[in-house]
Design a protein. Sequence first.
Length: 233
Amino acid sequence: MKGNVIGFDPDTNTGAISGHDGNRYDFATLDWHGQSRPRHGDIVDFQPDGQRATQIYLLEPEYVAASFGQFYFSPYGRISRSQLWLRWVLPYTGIVVVFRVFQAIAGKASTAGIAISIILGIFSLVAFWPSIAVQIKRIHDRNKSGWYILIYFIPAILFGISLLIWLGAVLLVAIDAGKDAAAAIGSLGALGVITILLGVVTLCIAIWFFVEFGCLRGTIGANRFGADPVRSR
């Protein structure tokens, strides 16, 4: 019979399993045949003996840490919160900050400053796909489809396009009509409202993404996208 570990007490070396038949079964480590200690959510196969579970085997696949290429370029599998922050967010942010500091020291208008801007532009292009692949794997860790990434990118792209159109239209109105910036903005109120609304929506989605996929624990145990990456820690 299959079931899920409800809990395990290491002090008494006993635990409980919720069988897929709807009943609860107690067990001791003597009956456990997994390589790791029983944890809440473990999917197991066991032999029921009254209200006791015997011959318990862990069915969850073992998590295999992603290689460099798989981590940064493959959208398949799962990664934990610590992997997201320590292997992607912090290194990426650190690289950008270092280059910005050097640029500030050299001066943005200097030859070195311009060269750094070009390097940062190339770096952003190169890092675009890895940023998506890493985020998709974190979405998978929450047992959600990787297509959720579009929920963030589509409003963000629409906001960027709308903002550029609005700013361009304001500039043209100001030049052609001889108006100042305030009058130009007022004459394009509808487009400005749309842009603001898109900005608010993008911000709200960004906050949700940060909490949901940057702060919350992934699925305990295996899910449809693979083994639990936290189990390897």
